[in-house]
Design a binder for this molecule. Sequence first.
Ligand SMILES: [Zn+2]
Length: 465
Amino acid sequence: MKKAEDFSEWYNEIVERANLTDKRYPVKGMNVWTPYGWKIMQAMDSHIREGFDATGHQEVCFPLLIPEDQFAKEKEHIKGFDTEVFWVTHAGLNPLDVKLLLRPTSETAMYPIFALWVRSHADLPLKTYQLVNTFRYETKQTRAFIRVREIHFFESHTCHADFEDAERQVKEDYEILGLLAKKWCLPYKLLKRTDWDKFPGASYTVGIDTLLPDGRSLQLGSIHQYMENFSKPYEIKYEDEKGEHKYVHQTTFGMSERLVGAVVAIHGDDKGLVLPPDIATNQIVIVPVLAKGETERVSAAARDLHDELKKARVRVHLDDRDMRPGAKYFDWELKGVPLRLELGTKDMEKGVVTFVRRDTGEKTLKDRKHVVKEVRDMLALISKEMLARAAGEMEKNIVTVQSLENLPERMIRTGWCGGEECGHEIEVRSDMNILGTLVDGEKYSGACAICGKPTKTPVYLARAM
Ligand SMILES: [Zn+2]
């Protein structure tokens, strides 16, 4: 299946052929992570841990089950998740007095405990995160990594003395995200959601949206400012320097395995995955090109090359299987290994190694003596160019329009006066969802696509994957 012809089919096929998940598990939307897929997720998780640890967050792990009465305390929140939660009603044969639900997200598991942890201003800010599985009963068609019912979830939860400090946290989240997305070569936009599309219980929500090759948007995560919306019902209060009791202001940041889905969808091609070097299980694969009578000599040279790179902490694999090099290339291209090194007698005579990039297919000869530096430089270049290409594609696929007639299947940018009625009408006429307005703002001068009022704020629309 060709990516350009049927993106959706291509995606399903690549996930399966590259063996990232096993979808034969008998509960829909709950796929089995294979070793190869899980390694990629784990690499991203380790980046997330590094990013949040470095900014003073602490990793925690809260229980999976939440009692119904705790869940129900914040009215908007329960309304938002009502139709999506899985319930536990029995323990063995006995019905439970208080029903339990599987966390769809962990506010209601954490906040009663935060109320015990936070006592005084000295306990603030409280910055925590966890990487756990959450459960949401998706009614739409499930799709590996992109629409699942058991979610591999990252969630940070913070408490602050006041609104301003919580706002600083939101800004810090943007910065952490910027560093992470660079490693993952994922372009995105930070779009402030409309009031009718914000997270249940949030004061405002910022969506992290990327664009897939078929013109559909994919939400990679979201950042929320709660203000006191949860701290009031959950009684998370602190005593300030003057002895006054105040409610904390809270923020959250959530992401999931959709990150893996986005990497597959955005960077993959007709040959298979193309993994960014920072998350590739093997950054390098060495394929010895064996000639008759020279097998031993070439194999030994390939082993030396492998050992030298491994010592330099490059994630390298030597493919010494007894099969044709062509079949090996095919395999590693499907698996998305960023850089292949070929070594044959001709290379050895010239004192070089043949480098073959996965992302562009480009072949170059590099000096064997400086191979560690050459490899490092090449991986950095691949990473930089993968991000630049993807960002360029995304920008190319954003179309600015004045009228909502005959919209292409792209991300659409159009004028909006900010009125709720016009917003709903934009969604109806475009048959797309409003993703929101850029958090950093932008230069724009146009008219609302519905009422024609002049506006300086464009809104972004797309059909969601
Ligand atoms: Zn309007």
